[in-house]
Design a protein around this ligand. Sequence first.
Ligand SMILES: Cc1cc2nc3c(=O)[nH]c(=O)nc-3n(C[C@H](O)[C@H](O)[C@H](O)COP(=O)(O)O)c2cc1C
Length: 412
Amino acid sequence: MSRILLIVSGGIAAYKALELVRLLRRDGVGVTSVLTDGGAQFVTPLSLQALTEEKVYSSLWSLTDESEMGHIQLSRAADLLVVAPASANILAKMAAGLTDDLASTVLLATDKPVLVAPAMNVRMWTHPATVAAMATLRGRGVHVVGPEEGAMACNEYGFGRLAEPAAIQAAIRSLLHHASLHHASPAAARPLAGRHALVTSGPTHEPIDPVRYLANRSSGRQGHAIAAALAGLGARVTLVTGPVGVPDPPGATVHRVETAEQMLAACMAAFPADVAVCAAAVADWRVAAQSSTKIKKTPGGVPPTLTLMPNPDILATLATAGPARPRLVVGFAAETDDVLDHAQAKRTRKGCDWIIANDVRPETGIMGGELNEVYLVTASGVEAWPRLPKSEVAGRLAQRIAEALDVAEALA
Ligand SMILES: Cc1cc2nc3c(=O)[nH]c(=O)nc-3n(C[C@H](O)[C@H](O)[C@H](O)COP(=O)(O)O)c2cc1C
């Protein structure tokens, strides 16, 4: 039987932790709970004890519990630690490594995976202190579910509502599933087995005449790394790539194209897919009238004028493909100014689920370089990821895609 340690901290949404326990028990998951002092203001130990059918822990200073080093035992006995709801206070303490009560001590003493479900007022959630704490925790590999957008108990509206218990249950199922696979055999940890992932990568080349073209500086490194990471987690991967100098990623079926129109056609031909990751830097425009012969330079002649026309929008087309739409559509936003504003607007405009945004000003060295520093922009907010090798960005993204597909499937 899988076992979780559920930490209930102080927030108005703590009552939903009781519903979560009920769902988990129905799944056959063993639940031991820790109630913070704040949490105990909102739910009683008796309710938790009745639903978990286990003792509820709350004090670091209990002689009977601590004679057996209870705070260490509690995390040792669990496959996963879940903080739901996670108050702004406990998230800040986790980020800082504080251990002034049983919950925070257990969280620092554990080497098990940790899932947090934040819940708080929207201004607490968007406060730079909480944003920084979340970035730190995510950077350390803490898993996060929610919060969601909606009306709040404090009569305000915005992000900060606890994720629904069913969504937290789905995230827990997914993490327990991966943990058990890892435990059984590291080679079996293929959470994307049976899924089809479509990835675009590289630049497009838009011909001017038979020898010249319009292009951009995309190297294909990030898109190819994502294709490799998704294949590494067991997905069947179709990679549609523009002209690049990087090697084919292992485990992917590669379709080479030149132009945006060819890239779109190859993507549509690869449907259906569970997830589409559009990492290609598709040229926004192509030359309206390509010359079928080389445009000649005549001595003293006037340079030719190129008239451009819009290319198909591949990301928007995949994201609005009706019933054939992949369950998860991820786009990229390479920006040189107002990165986040542009990325958030792009997510809405294109109808995609996530945007990976990065700052591609030449001084960042990102375009064509080995490292990347991205923001993950989703419906629930923005995560700033640390500067990482592109392969690590790809690994993290692939893991997040696996989790999101599991959650979406569980809720469908
Ligand atoms: C009525 C009420 C509702 C609260 N709701 C929340 C909440 O939803 N999220 C939050 O982070 N803090 C909330 N707080 C504040 C926390 O309870 C407080 O920061 C507490 O110290 C958290 O302690 P803990 O994290 O150890 O449980 C609320 C406080 C009150 C009095």
